[in-house]
Design a protein around this ligand. Structure first.
Ligand SMILES: Cc1cc2nc3c(=O)[nH]c(=O)nc-3n(C[C@H](O)[C@H](O)[C@H](O)COP(=O)(O)OP(=O)(O)OC[C@H]3O[C@@H](n4cnc5c(N)ncnc54)[C@H](O)[C@@H]3O)c2cc1C
Length: 400
């Protein structure tokens, strides 16, 4: 058997999904040597580079522009100019217009696959990042010098040693487990169906969120007047919904969403995702940090998952750019993420549970809350700044 090859880097990022790839781009100016390790067959094929439509906060869009990723997208992001929130059976509804808050848009929508391919292209041009793909981390050992990773590559095994390992390896993170960090999980009992859709009324930059006891339904504006459609169903009903013909699914969606965009004319290929929340109890261990889905996998209802994971990546890059990589980096990173993480988790989980509870007092509360949102500019402005991602800049953005 061929002997194992050994290499050293400053930072090893395990997981080349949307968050790990973003981190590699953000670390480019740090002068550190970086390894990006991804198990998928090619750098363009991680499972997260799929047909889901991502609503990105304006702050994420701005930062992706500064990282040189936006110009590499095939389709320009579609701006979200208005947000319409309603609930089946409730009186309240809220229409938030970015122009009334002095902004051209709240954010924009991109296809996850398009963003993934743009990131993969950008990573390829990085001078200080070595990409290992396909490569799976099969063991991780920590000592006082750092982390020692065993990589399984097509041409044999390799040991990679790093001063810091970043777990960007998703919900079932191998590195999180190796670092001895426990998780808390909650199964929402919901499955989310995602597809493209055309309706009688072409999109005009409005994102619709409609809540019901069965789960959330949303339409996001996409290129050329199309919509990205999202529909939550009880997991027990998911196999039946997955088996529907396209025309029957269009009728089902119409029934759940209503007629705000006229008749649903056609739906594209459907993909679906069972929804579970998985939260790491800590974000660091000696020589290791967690970010993105490895740190927190959250309900997509508030469109916060990538936005939050991207801010994780920008925060770590900001620390390293300002203070260098040192023995205190992992702890400083965890401390820097505490407030944003806690507030975003509370927002997303609260929204998921509040909007799924069919009890009467909750029903009234929701009507009042939606009505108040439409009527009280201060309350709406708070929500808007959270949704746009402006909750205190990371040190990376300050350094740009
Ligand atoms: C339906 C849906 C809609 C969503 N909508 C939004 C939205 O509108 N806005 C938003 O901000 N977020 C949204 N999200 C959330 C967003 O998609 C995720 O937060 C984001 O994709 C997480 O990326 P990640 O890189 O952290 O994890 P992942 O995409 O899971 O990437 C982890 C990577 O690690 C690799 N890996 C795993 N183990 C190993 C190993 N041992 N060795 C090497 N590589 C390994 C995997 O192959 C994978 O590519 C949505 C999610 C869903 C499901």
């Amino acid at each position: 058997m061929a002997p194992e090859v050994s290499e050293n880097v400053d930072i090893a990022i395990v997981g080349g999904g949307l968050v790990g790839s973003s981190l590699a781009c953000a670390l480019e100016r740090s002068g550190l040597s970086v390894a990006l390790i991804e198990a998928a067959e090619t750098p363009e094929a991680p499972s997260g580079f799929d047909q889901r439509k991502l609503a990105l906060a304006q702050r994420s869009i701005d930062a992706l522009g500064r990282l040189g990723v936006l110009p590499l997208l095939q389709a320009p992001p579609t701006p979200i100019r208005r947000i319409h929130v309603s609930r089946a059976g409730d009186f309240g509804r809220a229409l938030l217009d970015a122009a009334e808050f002095g902004h051209p848009a709240f954010g924009a929508v991109v296809l996850a696959q398009d963003l993934g391919l743009a990131l993969a292209k950008r990573v390829q041009s990085l001078k200080r990042t070595r990409r290992f793909c396909p490569a799976r981390v099969t063991a991780c050992r920590f000592d006082t010098d750092g982390a020692h990773l065993s990589l399984d590559l097509p041409d044999g095994a390799r040991i990679l040693s790093a001063r810091l390992v970043v777990a960007a390896d998703g919900t079932d993170s191998f590195i999180r487990h190796a670092a001895g960090i426990a998780t808390r999980s909650h199964d929402y009992g919901q499955t989310l169906f995602v597809c493209s859709l055309r309706a009688e009324k072409a999109n005009d930059g409005t994102a619709y969120e409609r809540f019901s006891g069965q789960g959330p339904v949303a339409l996001l504006p996409m290129a050329e007047g199309a919509y990205g459609a999202i529909c939550g169903v009880a997991s027990a009903d998911a196999p039946g919904i997955a088996a529907l013909e396209d025309a029957d699914y269009a009728a089902y969606f119409q029934n759940r969403f209503g007629w705000r965009v006229g008749k649903i004319q056609a739906t594209g290929k459907r993909t679906f995702y069972p929804l579970k929340q998985v939260l790491a109890e800590r974000l660091h261990a000696p020589h290791a940090v967690l970010m993105g889905n490895a740190a927190q996998t959250i309900h997509p209802i508030g469109a916060q998952g990538f936005n939050l994971g991207f801010r994780d990546a920008l925060s770590l890059a900001g620390l390293v750019l300002n203070d260098g990589l040192n023995p205190g980096t992992a702890e400083a990173y965890a401390a820097s993420r505490q407030e944003d993480r806690a507030r975003t988790l509370a927002f997303s989980d609260g929204l998921a549970r509040l909007t799924a509870n069919p009890g009467l007092p909750m029903h009234l509360l929701r009507s009042l809350a939606l009505g108040a949102l439409g009527a009280a500019p201060d309350m709406a402005a708070g929500l808007v700044s959270g949704a746009m991602g402006y909750r205190g800049a990371t040190r990376f953005e300050e350094a740009l």
